[in-house]
Write a protein that binds this ligand. Structure first.
Ligand code: AMP
Length: 379
């Protein structure tokens, strides 16, 4: 297959979740077909794709069958094995490359990579034994956060350690998984930047956004982030630096902290569309999903600055999903539902966007008002 991918070519998406669903919708608009690999029947992504390979990510025969049905492969899900992606990469172009996934899957590899690329992070040390933890706590100081190096998401696999006495409990909770201890950042806000990079090195980034979490799960994204230009510029520069150092072909989200002095520290990278970029569907001429597909397909990557400011609110679990009828009846709320059949607590079921004229993003009270039936869900 040659790039740019011609219309009607098939893009293989590893993972069947909402990120794959919204990527497939963007791909369809660009004239591509999508084929999804997932073990899940009736997955959000497969519901809007042409076809699906149902099977396990770790099964080599399944991976081969999937590769045989597609022209290029991308992923929407980071907890797929990098070895599986390597196998796929021997059969079809995989974008982003498996090496990029490998870095983002492991906090030690990720933070080592970031620091070597000259990007500041919270201070951190690896923890392979209780002795390591005591040493790390002494070196970094407490409070800190003990985190598993792999498979952590939405705040899972991490424990806040306030005092020396809490070290044992935290360790017992997470050991024997490989761990790191990170110094706690007293952040003023959490922000993220989403950037696309093409094979020839062209990069386009969306403006930094502010992310507000509830119980470790993203609740609200405000676009743009309420930060001065010099802070936004640091965030932007970090995203460009990381995407270039990774030699990324695809899309990347960089989650960051802004500390009390306005210094920006990178926290995590995700080489895929990201929840904090969902607002781009409704507020930009080309969304993060379109830029993802464009980068994977080798299409041009036009600058796509937002035409509107936006607030995105996730619909999480049964309580917020129950507000769907009221959401649909509220003028100005742009609804998105992911087609998941079971609304378990903490599960991302959909999201709602509200757009405002550029430069007119209201403060917190205005945002609460603008979210109508979701206003009470804690802003
Ligand atoms: P993570 O899984 O690393 O994205 O962490 C999930 C959330 O925990 C982040 O969005 C922050 O709210 C918080 N967090 C993680 N690491 C730190 C840190 N070093 N200092 C302060 N807060 C943190």
């Amino acid at each position: 297959m040659t790039f740019p991918l011609p219309p009607n070519a098939t893009i293989g998406i590893v993972g069947g979740g909402q990120l794959g669903r919204m990527s497939a919708i963007a791909a369809a608009r660009l004239g591509y077909q999508c084929h999804v690999l997932t073990p899940e029947e009736n997955s959000p992504a497969a519901q809007v794709s042409c076809s699906v390979t149902l099977g396990d990510y770790g099964n080599r025969a399944v991976l081969r069958a999937f590769a045989g049905r597609v022209d290029v492969i991308t992923f929407e899900f980071e907890n797929v094995s990098a070895d599986g992606l390597e196998l796929l990469a021997g059969l079809r172009p995989v974008r982003p490359a498996p090496a990029v996934l490998r870095i983002s899957q492991d906090r030690i590899a990720e933070k080592t990579f970031l620091n070597r690329a000259g990007v500041a992070t919270a201070p951190w040390l690896p923890v392979r034994s209780f002795g390591d933890l005591v040493y790390a706590a002494e070196k970094l100081g407490l409070p800190g956060i003990l985190k598993t190096t792999r498979l952590g998401y939405d705040g899972r696999g991490q424990v806040l350690v306030r005092t020396e006495a809490e070290l044992v409990v935290a360790y017992e909770e997470l050991f024997p998984k490989p761990l790191i201890l990170e110094g706690l950042v007293d952040f003023a806000q959490e922000i993220s930047v989403i950037i696309a990079r093409g094979a020839a090195g062209v990069m386009v980034a969306f403006d930094p956004v502010q992310n507000r979490h509830r119980e470790g799960i993203l609740d609200l994204t405000l676009a743009p982030a309420p930060v001065p230009d010099w802070v936004a510029e640091q965030a932007n520069a970090i995203a460009h630096r990381v995407a270039a150092a990774l030699e990324l072909v695809g899309l990347l989200a960089v989650e960051m902290f802004v500390d009390r002095d306005g210094r920006v520290l990178a926290n995590e990278i995700a080489p895929r569309p990201h929840n904090s970029g969902h607002w781009t569907i409704d507020a930009c001429p080309a969304s993060q999903f379109e830029l993802h597909i464009r980068a994977v397909a080798g299409l041009p990557l036009p600058h796509a600055p937002r035409h509107s400011d936006a607030v995105m609110k996730n619909l999480i679990g049964p309580e917020e999903t129950a507000l769907w009828p009221e959401i649909l009846a509220t003028p100005g709320l742009i609804p998105h539902l992911y087609g998941k059949t079971e609304a378990r607590p903490g599960r991302k079921m959909g999201h709602v966007t509200r757009v405002f004229p550029r430069g007119a993003l209201p403060g917190s009270f205005g945002i609460a008002d603008a979210l109508g039936p979701l206003a009470d869900q804690q802003i």
